[in-house]
Structures are given as C-alpha cells and as structure tokens.
Design a protein around this ligand. Structure first.
Ligand code: PMT
Length: 222
C-alpha cells in the first residue's frame, strides 16, 4: 500500500500522443503508448490524489478511479487543461505532443494526384511553455524525450518552460521511453540533477517521481 501523501491534491496527468489531422482519414502522430502517463495517474490515485487524465492516442486502458478526458490535437489538449487549470495543484505532462500540425486540415479525403505532394506544417501551441508562464501556485512537471545531449536539452526545457521538475528519458536506450513497460530517467530541477534512476517499471518510476514531488509540494505549502 502506498502512503497517501497526495490526499486532497488535484492532479492533471497528460498521456499518449496527440493526433494532428491531415484529412478525415489521415493524421500525424507519434509512438507514445500512454503507458508512462497512465502509470503516473494510477500511482497518484493510490497516493490519495484526485486525478484527471487528459489522454491523446493511447494503447492501454486507463485504470478505474480517475477522470479521463480524451483529446486529439495539441490545441484540444491545451483547451482541456485550461478548463481545469485554476483549480489544479499539479500538472504532469507525460504526453508526447506534436510540435507541428498541418496548416490546413481538410474536411474531405484528399485525392491522389501528382507524383509528389507537399504538406505544409505550422507550429502547435507549446502547452507546457504557456502554462509555465501562467503558473501561480501550480507545481509543473515536464518530460523531455531526448536521444542525445540529454542533460543540456533537459535543462534548457526546464528553464524555458518554467517547470518545477523535468524528467528526462533517453529514448534511444533499450528499456527507456516510448512503448516499453520500463523507463530509465533522470529527474532535474532548476539547481541540476535531483536523481538518476536505474531501469525500473513505469509504475516504480511514477512512484519515485511522485514521492519527490509530494515532499516539495508539502514543503512549499507548509
Ligand atoms: O507513452 P509511452 O509509450 O509510455 O512513452 C513515454 C514517453 C516517452 C512519451 C514519455 O516518457 C515522455 O518523454 N513524454 C514527453 C515526450 C515529449 O513530447 O517530449 P518533448 O521533449 O518533445 O517535450 C517536452 C515537454 O513539453 C513534454 O512534457 C511535452 O508534453 C511538452 N510539450 C511539448 C510540445 C508541445 N507543443 N507542448 C507541450 O506541452
């Protein structure tokens, strides 16, 4: 049984990949299965939190006892979070959000014509960066999916997105990142590395992360 360190806390967890429409039958997405975010949602529930899961495309069924809001695009995910934002204590962004979307999603199926075609992409809203600018008392945790220079990029994202913690996974490593049941992460704060964890189940990663978060959250509010 987990200690109920998060009793009464309202936590939003995002999971899965966003879907950016090209036309009614085609879209751009990524390899996120939702496992990491769902593990966090489940453990946060077990630690007493009131959990809302904002889920893009996911391959696993969310557990009982959490409120699930299904979304498609980065914009939908942003809008869903904004509905709850004022009344949120913690936001954990384990979702893999598309950085670009097709400029014009069309209502009718696109027809095959020339030998090549060009799809123009435009930037999506950076949800975490926006919320980092807006945050008041909320505790913000981001994830950084990297393949190289993990520490440098993680620190850059932590600062730019004004996060309290940033969890880095080297997604080029076997047993870490997308789709696997395990992950290998480093947890950073604005002063540097907080903890380097070995390969653990995503649920154990979630538990370690939430324990660090709970200590800091209580510290802030006491
Ligand atoms: O779902 P799984 O198969 O279990 O895989 C887990 C995971 C690898 C997807 C997860 O552990 C992870 O790393 N999630 C973050 C992936 C990601 O989008 O990383 P990023 O480095 O591109 O983004 C950094 C942070 O900014 C993330 O918290 C992301 O949610 C957020 N972001 C990114 C772009 C954007 N437009 N808006 C955002 O909020």
């Amino acid at each position: 049984d987990k200690p109920r360190l998060l009793e009464g806390k309202k936590i939003i967890v995002t999971a899965g990949g966003t879907i950016e429409r090209i036309d009614p039958v085609r879209y751009i997405t990524n390899d996120s299965s939702g496992k990491m975010g769902i593990a966090i949602a489940k453990v946060a529930r077990d630690m007493g939190a009131e959990v809302t899961l904002v889920a893009g495309h996911i391959d696993v069924t969310p557990p009982k006892g959490i409120h699930v809001i299904p979304v498609q695009s980065a914009q939908n995910m942003y809008d869903a979070i904004m509905e709850l934002w004022e009344d949120t204590d913690v936001l954990i962004k384990a979702a893999a959000v598309a950085d670009y979307r097709p400029r014009n999603a069309v209502d009718q199926k696109m027809k095959k014509s020339g030998d090549t075609m060009t799809l123009e992409l435009v930037k999506t809203v950076d949800i975490l960066e926006q919320l980092g600018q807006m945050k008041k008392s909320q505790f913000l945790i981001g994830f950084a999916a990297e393949t190289n220079d993990v520490e440098t990029y993680t620190r850059e994202k932590l600062v730019r997105k004004n996060c309290d913690l940033m969890v880095a996974n080297d997604v080029s490593t076997e047993g870490a990142g997308f789709r696997s049941d395990t992950n290998i992460v480093q947890i950073h704060d604005k002063n540097g590395l907080v903890e380097q964890l070995p390969m653990l189940s995503k649920e154990e990663v979630a538990y370690r992360l939430l324990t660090i978060m709970a200590e800091r959250l209580c510290g802030v509010h006491s």
